[in-house]
Design a protein around this ligand. Sequence first.
Ligand SMILES: Cc1cc2nc3c(=O)[nH]c(=O)nc-3n(C[C@H](O)[C@H](O)[C@H](O)COP(=O)(O)OP(=O)(O)OC[C@H]3O[C@@H](n4cnc5c(N)ncnc54)[C@H](O)[C@@H]3O)c2cc1C
Length: 552
Amino acid sequence: MTYDVCIVGSGAGAGPLAYELSRAGKKVVILEKGDIYSEKDFSKDEIAYTKRDVFTPKLKDEYHVIESFEEGKWVKTPSYENNWSFWNGSLLGGSSNFMSGFFHRLKPNDFKLKTLYGAYEGATIEDWPITYEELEPFYERTERIVGVSGEITEYAHQEPRSTTQYPYPPLAEHPIVENFDTACKALHFTPFKTPRAILSEPKEGRNPCYYSNYCGSYACSSGAKGSSRAALIQPALATGNLHIIANAFVVKLETDNTRTIKRAQYLTQEGTKKYVHAKLFILAAQAVESSRLLLNSKNKAFPKGLANSSGAVGKNMVFSGGGIGSGEFDLSHFNQEALLQAGLFVNRALKDWYFTKEFKGGVVDFLFEHANPIRRANSLKREDGTLIFGKKLQDKIFQTLTTKRVLNFEVFNDWMPNDNCFVSVDEAYKDKYGIPVANIRIGAHPQDVIVGEFLAKKAVQVLEIMGAKNITYAISPLPPQNLQAGGCRFGNDPKKHVLNRYCQSYDIHNLFVTDGSFMPTGGSVPYTWTIYANAFRVADYIQKNFDTLLKT
Ligand SMILES: Cc1cc2nc3c(=O)[nH]c(=O)nc-3n(C[C@H](O)[C@H](O)[C@H](O)COP(=O)(O)OP(=O)(O)OC[C@H]3O[C@@H](n4cnc5c(N)ncnc54)[C@H](O)[C@@H]3O)c2cc1C
């Protein structure tokens, strides 16, 4: 059988395409590396979920090579040696199952950072080929279809919107937000109410949030979280036009020596080679793996890799980076009942310095430390560097878990794309199937840390006014592996860019890349709302132009 559309991956970059094209009557197949799960399979098993390794390959079998700069040179370390996994969820819906759902749109000026601030030495920033105004209807579409809960309040750098409110009211908040808002007022900062891709009300077969207290890093057993699986693929399946082949690891997209992909080659869990034929191919395997697949799909006609006549595949990777910090609250701030109210959200962020006159700033999101009792208990096992045991440890754990809560903050600043942050493949490093793995060079631009420090200090000011104890923070130039984009930049120049403004390959007319790979810069926020919105935009374009696209 030849499908109309074959989608590689099933996460945030894939779901909107599956949803829209199957509803438009196209015969769609998804090839997903992982297995199929549904709400009833998801538990709050801390060890399984926070390590996510029940949903990701064993690093001995399938790894990445991390290239870091050590003592004056780039050093390659296979990830099975340092346990630094860049797999984020190999299952239907991908890592969108595990996200916390902190949702931020980009702002109009994010699309023209180079115009706004000029070139940064050592950075490869570029303006986007599209504007915020072109993406806005699809941000709005994501709000409605994926489900975003929140409340619009006035704040600096507010992006324009076509609607006045989110489609779902805000999730219930913990009393600590009152202290947060008061502290912000005292400092003349504006508390921003963070929208969440978590339903506060039921929606078409999905239950609202039941405030389980185990959200970020856990898959959602109520269907409230706007994962690609719950929000888009489940309804797409109901059309009867979507077929999912699970445990299908796509290793090559094969062309017929023209500008057309004919079939996707995949391996079953047992390593058996199989093929799927389709008219159109959508690649959405998350940024690192999408670049890897294109580079590994090289052939006689495309010796540098598929869609890579520009040589830009894998280049200009970005990560939504920054750092983390925390402050502690106890019974001197709240009575026990108020302090320990489980499951309620903080949903506050600071965005006052998203753009400053001198430099591009960013966002600080505030959230309670994840509940995870095992991790918390484990962190208490030492006193003055010495292990403690028995009743002493028991009392300390009891005391901490019943009288303290930690308010964390996460800093997000633009990861400056640069020539030392890219994905490549190297024949010397292969997975258990004999396929070259992705090498990830993780060079960061020094500006990232400067901005991260600036933002963290603002967050510390808020925690201080709130009366938090033991305030700490750490800003890091290392990439967070779960927030990845870039590698297949879109742009207007086929000599420089992998994709055109509709995320269609310049070289291969029936190939689109719709995960975060297309992004030239990432904005100072986690990427998922933008990935969803852009994928809806591309779906709209494909739907309107399907027949013409096949003739090109
Ligand atoms: C713990 C956690 C918390 C997060 N919190 C937030 C948040 O609060 N806000 C936010 O905006 N974002 C958050 N994210 C990030 C968010 O999940 C990602 O940005 C988003 O899911 C990326 O979409 P994607 O389509 O690129 O990749 P994914 O959603 O990961 O989907 C990729 C899919 O492709 C499959 N695949 C890979 N290679 C192949 C292959 N060769 N063949 C077949 N299939 C393949 C994978 O198995 C996977 O299912 C979080 C992520 C994690 C893990």
